[in-house]
Design a protein around this ligand. Structure first.
Ligand code: TRP
Ligand code: SF4
Length: 359
């Protein structure tokens, strides 16, 4: 069944219980990959190192689709449609600014593909409520959203894995590059596909989750998670002054009071960020000089700021270009969506035929 999957250049048919890494898949422009984001905020460097950078590589290796999942964003932001709407163009600008090229990738808007909603309805017969309640990703998220949902979660939120299965299958995706937290959603999608095919006949492709070995980036305050609500993130859209202020406030080794106190770079977020943005030599110097008490924290931060700007500067410039051209941004999104919809329509035709709904 997975004859499109290669590992170490050998066919591999036993993918079920092992992790497939992005690096293991042989590039093939005939294979589709789909990823997506909920447009609920601007993207930060955690997204950049975690997924955006690898998407930029993927666009040359596969037929790549990136979904702006505005309908899914509404499942936990139904009371805040303005937020979702504003972030649609923001996220597309983030994509374009890091080098996703609209001539290579298809960027699409979920709400403009009604076939996804239609598939969601059909698939909902193939999933039990108990199974959705057991989904670890959904479970964790519900626990985090007590304030929004109170004691009882909405039907829409509980069911978003079904809608995500529709996202993936609508475009006939072979691979879904995701972070570890999304694996249960892909597993649920695979179950739906198997059930569909066993009842209605071979129709849908069973997608495979692929992981990248990128670590999750910690926040400037040392928190394991970087996020808007935590105030510890560097955004792709941050200007130079904002970056300066944020880095100057980063958590360093608290035991260092005087410049010649020996420090421990391993507990310092500035060193942690040097490892992301500075070259190997610089990192080595930071580490050695810090340990010997030969490096001031202010100078160390200033050097980091410069190196962050070397990476984010070109991204910021590209983003400015698009910020001044909102129509161009929406045109890119809409033409991507149009292309994607053609594929979704074909899937719908097949699905309706299999389900005997082809009137
Ligand atoms: N659930 C994903 C997230 O929160 C976003 C998403 C929506 C997605 N549809 C998708 C991811 C399809 C991969 C494939 O990040
Ligand atoms: Fe951190 Fe640099 Fe200060 Fe060492 S010198 S504690 S690495 S900021």
């Amino acid at each position: 069944m997975y004859n499109f999957l290669y590992k170490n250049n050998e066919m591999d048919n036993t993918v079920d219980d092992e992790k497939i890494m992005l690096e293991d898949i042989k590039p093939d422009k005939n294979l589709k990959i789909l990823t997506g984001d909920r447009p609920t905020g601007r993207l930060h460097i955690g997204h950049y190192f975690g997924s955006l950078k690898s998407r930029v590589e993927l666009q040359d290796k596969f037929e790549t689709f990136i979904e702006v999942a505005d309908v899914q964003a509404l499942t936990d932001n139904f009371n805040n449609p303005d937020k979702v709407k504003q972030n649609v163009s923001q996220i597309v600008m983030d994509y374009l600014s890091v080098g996703l090229d609209p001539n290579k990738v298809t960027i699409l808007l979920q709400s403009r593909i009604p076939e996804i909603a239609e598939l969601t309805v059909f698939y909902s017969n193939l999933v039990t409520i108990a199974r959705l309640q057991r989904n670890p990703t959904v479970k964790t998220e519900i626990a985090q959203k007590k304030e929004l949902f109170g004691e009882s979660v909405t039907y829409g939120f509980l069911g978003y894995p079904v809608s995500q299965a529709a996202d993936i299958t609508a475009f006939d995706a072979s691979f879904v590059p995701v972070g570890e937290d999304q694996l249960p959603l892909i597993e649920q999608c695979r179950e739906i596909v198997r059930k569909f095919n066993s009842i209605y006949g071979e129709t849908l492709r069973e997608p495979v989750a692929v992981m990248s070995n990128k670590p999750r980036i910690k926040g400037l305050d040392g928190n394991e998670k970087m996020g808007k609500s935590l105030g510890n993130a560097l955004y792709l859209s941050d200007d130079i002054e904002t970056i300066k202020t944020k880095v100057m406030g980063a958590v360093t080794d608290p035991a260092r009071i005087k410049k010649d106190d020996p420090g421990n770079p391993d507990i310092c977020m500035v060193y942690y960020y040097h490892k992301l943005f500075s070259d190997e030599n610089t990192c080595k110097n930071v580490c050695e000089e810090c340990k010997k008490g030969q490096r001031g924290c202010v100078a160390c931060k200033k050097q980091l700021i410069e190196n962050i700007n070397n990476t984010l500067g070109p991204i910021r410039e590209k983003r400015h270009y698009y910020e001044e051209r909102p129509k161009e941004v929406m045109d890119i999104l809409m033409s991507g969506t149009e292309h994607a919809r053609e594929i979704a329509k074909k899937t719908m035709e097949k699905v309706k035929k299999s389900m005997k709904l082809d009137y």
